[in-house]
Design a protein around this ligand. Structure first.
Ligand code: AHG
Ligand code: MN
Ligand code: MN
Length: 336
């Protein structure tokens, strides 16, 4: 049986679904960067890449060495190819400008270079999340610098999204808006090989993911819903639920794509002015696009995440995503 590599899949998409050649090239380059990040992550202590920097990012979070290195790998891989008008990252306050010596292109790339940083030093799965938007208007031909506004588009405008997970296997999960495909890195070939064709999230589930230590800070609908999950067979939902929390969104979402489940990171009262922990533009939007493309659902408790109108590059959003039956239930509880 001949193996379908990511490159071949993308070429076939270009032929059959009119995926533009520049988008294909962009995805190829992101995948190449993810391979390089995977390589660095796998070195661990041998590569001197574990531990923290003495810096904080724009969100006031201490940066890990691998956060910074992964960000640099993505920027360097993607700046020269001529497909991008700019990039935005969790690790950078402002959009990254394509250097004047390189051609510019029609797309915007947004990423969380390394998701699950708290897991790096303990050898638990981490990943890279990315989202691709079109640069509105003629922004790529102008000489001025690219501002935040170009990026502030709702998730429904994404033309592609994906994540790489660096776990026991390195995998790349990708949507171009026509289902979700999963590729596993064959380290001997050096290629991502299609291993999971048209992934579907089961409609129902008996597994949920939430950081229970924040329970006392949640608002009433989430408290009610989780107490019903915990009540199991004797409670109003009439079935027993299992719980998993990896604390790497990529790994929790990957489990949900594989066997179903519900992922929640709700608003909580620890920092009441912030609407949640996860970032809309490069965590919630790409993951919601992938989950919806696999037949799942994603809301902020009130509306579809993909329809949230962004107001700032690093804005946060509550997240409920996964098997539709449970996403709909918990969203319904917010509506009263
Ligand atoms: P990042 O490492 O990019 O800052 O993201 C971490 C996120 C997400 O991956 C995970 O679901 C969540 O933070 C875990 O948060 P807690 O530590 O509060 O459980
Ligand atoms: Mn993250
Ligand atoms: Mn991160």
């Amino acid at each position: 049986m001949s193996r379908v590599t990511l490159s071949r899949y993308l070429i076939e998409q270009t032929r059959s679904n009119n995926t533009p050649a520049d988008l294909r090239f962009l995805i190829e380059v992101v995948a190449r960067a993810c391979k390089a990040i995977s390589h660095q992550v796998s070195k661990g202590a041998l590569g001197g890449v574990l531990g923290s920097m003495e810096t904080e990012n724009v969100q006031g979070e201490v940066q890990k060495k691998l956060d910074v290195l992964s960000n640099e790998i993505l920027l360097e891989a993607n700046e020269w190819g001529g497909t991008l008008a700019g990039m935005a990252s969790e690790e950078m306050d402002k959009p990254y400008q394509i250097p004047g010596r390189y051609p510019k292109g029609a797309y915007l790339l947004l990423f969380d270079p390394l998701d699950g940083s708290s897991n790096i030093d303990v050898n638990v799965s981490v990943g890279t999340i990315f989202s691709v938007l079109r640069c509105p208007g003629n922004c790529f031909s102008q000489n001025d610098s690219l501002g935040d506004e170009a990026f502030l588009q709702p998730g429904t405008k994404q033309v592609a999204a994906g994540y790489a997970i660096y776990g026991p296997q390195t995998m790349l999960m990708l949507t171009l808006g026509d289902g979700v495909m999963g590729f596993t890195l064959d380290r001997e070939l050096g290629s991502f090989v299609l291993t999971h064709d048209n992934i579907r999230v089961p409609h129902s589930t008996a597994e949920f993911a939430i950081n229970m230590s924040n329970q006392r800070h949640w608002d009433e609908p989430v408290k009610r819903y989780v107490s019903e999950l915990l009540a199991g067979e004797e409670g109003p939902l009439g079935k027993n639920y299992n719980m998993r929390w990896i604390a790497s969104m990529v790994a929790d979402v990957h489990r949900i794509l594989t066997r179903g489940g519900l992922f929640m990171y709700p608003w909580d009262a620890r920092e009441p002015e912030k609407p949640g922990k996860l970032r809309l533009m490069y965590e919630a939007n790409p993951m919601s696009f992938i989950i919806e493309q696999a037949g799942g659902a994603a809301t902020d408790g009130k509306q579809r995440i993909l329809e949230v109108e962004p107001t700032s590059l690093h804005q946060r959003v509550p997240v409920f995503l996964g098997s539709p039956e449970e996403v709909e239930r918990v969203t319904g509880y917010h509506k009263g």
